[in-house]
Design a protein around this ligand. Structure first.
Ligand SMILES: [Zn+2]
Length: 119
């Protein structure tokens, strides 16, 4: 097994999220916004994990916080229901994070009416 806890080496974090695609988006590929809680520096303690002499309560002493952010991801064509896509994101002032996205495909029955596009 590989030891991820070498000094100075940070384990990339994985954040899980889910997106739902219409059948057309799943077939053609799409750019979809998703909301995920990404790591950020705790703003209560500035990442130190403590305020004065006490452990920071906001982050439980670890100096990190999770901030909900909207991320736009591009899905490849021909994805299937339940597919998992991996993205790497680097939020501002936060470590690079692996985004593990599970795709759900909406049945055509409850698809939101498609916008009419005229050419
Ligand atoms: Zn804190």
């Amino acid at each position: 097994m590989r030891d991820w806890h070498l000094a100075g080496e940070e384990t990339p974090r994985t954040v899980h999220a889910q997106i739902s695609l219409s059948e057309r988006e799943a077939r053609d590929g799409a750019v979809i916004p998703l909301r995920a809680a990404l790591p950020a520096t705790c703003c209560a303690c500035g990442g130190r994990g403590e305020t004065w002499m006490e452990r920071c309560e906001s982050c439980n002493g670890c100096g990190d916080a999770f901030v909900s952010r909207e991320i736009w991801v591009r899905t490849p064509p021909d994805v299937v229901d339940g597919a998992r896509l991996r993205f790497t994101v680097t939020p501002p002032a936060a470590p690079t994070t692996q985004l593990d996205v599970t795709v759900a495909i909406r049945a055509s029955g409850w698809r939101v009416p498609a916008r009419v596009s005229r050419r």
